[in-house]
Design a protein around this ligand. Structure first.
Ligand code: PLP
Length: 620
């Protein structure tokens, strides 16, 4: 058996059951988790080589960075979530069912949302929207979904939003308008009278249960969203007065993403179900408890739940905590068990997409300008004679006239300087043989991993090949933007460097894993880099894979247009001026056109195509 160095990156911790290292030392993607057969296993390095080939449909070489999507992994996640709830419901004797929704803000990509609706049809799986455009896309996609699927309308609402939601209900989509603020109630009442459609209403509760850590900053009593307990009952009273209590069917809460432990989840569900039961006792029909998002991902693979990077549970424990907490409180109140709905985003889509980065070059980071001997000399100079130093210090403490105070101040400055120099010296001595390298990657941190830039969210990053060779270079990853923030120098496990291989003038790739949630939706066009190429990869019965969609990312023209530039006019103006200066031959024109028409990332000089071993040859 060949050695593999996957354990350096704790791939078993965060990657199982979907990612492993195969006998060739490449990342293997197990599209069906533990049920993946050896024929279904996909070699990520083969996928990259295949995508790299000139592809007839886009007629040009694939540019990096590349997002590789595995829809079958998405399907497996969705099935696993539904199965986890089904099992928990069975074993707990819960008398209702689970029917989740996908919050489209987590990944609005059409193909992702359509896949979720298709795979979720038999589970009655629906969508959650938080704005008018999201509602439009959810309406379009759910037309082909299960007729029972919920369309949950969250977020702040104006009258048009509410009317659009009512239209969605009128055309047969199971739409629920969730009140985030008490003021929205009047708008709902008015809008429903105007359009003559009766609404189904939900209320977002502001729970006292809090979620610690970054993602829970808006949870608790002082949180930004939802209604406190007394206001929830006040809304129910208003609906009763208006003869509309029949419309109140759902109670929702969301205490933030990435909830670290099942204890917090259980507390939140118990609190919410308490309110739910009171609403039922006050005559509201209810029927649905929507527990929001929060089902987390164990990014660092420690299962510790002690930071935003980790959660201490899996899908099964999550589902069983929710089901048991709901059953307990309902039974204590003699209230029927509600349908359980979760708005799980991160947990559904994180695994299915991998961002593949290409190394452009690796350079040694400049080391300290002073070597160890020079640093030692400087320290000795500052310390001087230790006996004199001690005497001076004592006299500065005893006498309190101005000159000794000035002397004491001077000594303090010396002390600080000595401290800093000693730290540099100890760092140098301990890392004498460990040079750090800056690996320049075809990447924009701002466009592709915005959560790393914005909130220091860490994703597992590791080479996707050569994992049977020991990686020896300590690296930081530098992106193509001109900002000092444009680098990755923190990695899971707490390191400031990542072990990579020598590039050796060959194509070298690293994958950023678990990045399918939020990153594409939040990514921006900083430096006009925009999005990546996207490949959709599915298994093929003939022991390989097929690329079922390849989308080249936004071109420079498209990125420019988003900022109100007109690429055609720009081309003309540059051409006219260049002609006057005598520099507008065919090659110049071709160059400028090509820059406008391709993605703004770098095209490396060595774009040689590799033949891929086991991968099905991409069919042109
Ligand atoms: N529901 C609401 C209201 C949200 O604000 C969010 C995101 O924070 C989600 C669902 C999705 O959360 P998660 O990705 O943790 O499942």
């Amino acid at each position: 058996m060949s050695t593999n160095f996957g354990s350096i990156y704790n791939i078993r911790g965060w990657g199982e059951p979907y990612f492993a290292v195969n006998s060739k030392g490449n990342i293997a993607v197990n599209i069906n988790g533990v049920e993946t057969t050896s024929k279904q296993e996909i070699d990520l390095a083969d996928v990259v080589a295949a995508a790299r080939e000139e592809v007839a449909s886009i007629g040009k070489p694939v540019q990096f960075p590349l997002i590789v999507r595995f829809p079958e992994v998405l399907k497996h996640r969705l099935e696993s979530l539904n199965t986890a709830f089904a099992e928990a419901i069975k074993y707990t004797g819960y008398t209702s069912k689970y029917q989740g929704v996908f919050p489209v803000k987590v990944n609005q990509n059409r193909v992702v949302v359509e896949d979720i609706v298709t795979y979720g049809k038999s589970y009655g799986f629906g969508l959650e929207a938080g704005s008018k455009p999201e509602l439009l896309l959810a309406m379009k996609c759910l037309i082909d979904g299960s007729p029972d699927a919920f369309l949950v309308c969250n977020g702040y609402k104006d009258k048009d939003y509410i009317k659009l939601a009512l239209l969605a209900r009128a055309i047969g989509l199971n739409t629920i308008i969730v009140l985030e603020m008490e003021e929205e109630l009047d708008l709902v009442i008015e809008a429903s009278e105007e359009v003559g459609v009766s609404p189904v209403i939900g209320i977002r509760a502001k729970l006292l249960t809090t979620n610690p850590g970054h993602f829970g900053s808006t949870s608790g009593k002082h949180g930004k969203f939802g209604l406190l307990e007394d206001r929830i009952y006040a809304v129910a009273d208003r609906l009763k007065e208006k003869g509309m209590l029949e419309c109140l069917k759902l109670l929702h809460f969301h205490i933030g993403s990435q909830i670290p432990t099942t204890e917090i989840i259980g507390n939140a569900v118990r609190e919410a179900v308490g309110y739910y039961c009171n609403l039922v006792k006050n005559g509201a029909p209810m029927g649905i408890l929507d527990i929001g998002g929060g089902l987390g991902i164990d990014y660092d693979g420690t299962r510790s739940g002690d930071s935003d990077m980790s959660v201490a549970y899996g899908l099964e424990q999550y589902a069983s905590t929710v089901v048991q907490a709901s059953r307990l409180v309902c039974d204590n109140n003699n209230v029927q068990h509600p349908i359980l709905c979760s708005e799980s985003g991160r947990a559904l889509v994180s695994h299915h997409s991998i961002l593949v980065l290409e190394a452009l070059s690796a350079v040694e980071e400049p080391s300290d300008s002073l070597d160890s001997a020079q640093l030692m000399e400087k320290i000795e100079e500052l310390v001087g004679n230790p006996v004199t130093l001690h005497r001076n210090l004592r006299s500065a403490v005893r006498t309190k006239d101005n000159s000794s105070l000035a002397h004491a101040d001077q000594l303090k400055k010396h002390g600080v300087e000595i401290f800093k120099l000693s730290k540099r010296l100890s760092k140098q001595l301990s890392a004498a043989d460990e040079t750090t390298y800056a690996y320049h990657m075809n990447l924009s941190v701002f466009s592709l991993t915005p959560d790393f830039w914005g909130i220091k969210q860490l994703f597992p990053i590791m080479p996707i090949h050569r994992l049977n060779e020991r990686p020896t270079k300590k690296a930081t990853l530098i992106d193509l933007t001109c900002d000092s923030d444009g680098k990755i120098d923190q990695f899971i496990g707490g390191g400031q460097t990542l072990l990579l291989h020598d590039i050796n003038d060959k194509n070298y790739y690293a994958g950023t894993f678990l990045a399918g949630a939020y990153q594409e939706a939040l990514g921006n066009r900083h430096n006009l880099f925009g999005g990546p190429t996207i490949a959709r990869v599915e298994s093929d019965e003939s022991d390989g894979f097929k690329i079922t969609m390849l989308d080249s990312g936004a071109t420079a023209s498209e990125n420019l247009r988003a900022f109100m530039h007109d690429p055609e006019k720009m081309y003309e103006a540059i051409g006219e001026h260049a002609k006057k200066e005598g520099h507008w031959n065919e090659d110049d024109q071709k160059l400028v056109k090509n820059v406008f028409e391709t993605m703004p990332y770098l095209i490396p000089n060595k774009l040689e195509t590799k033949s891929y071993v086991n991968g099905v040859k991409y069919k042109n």
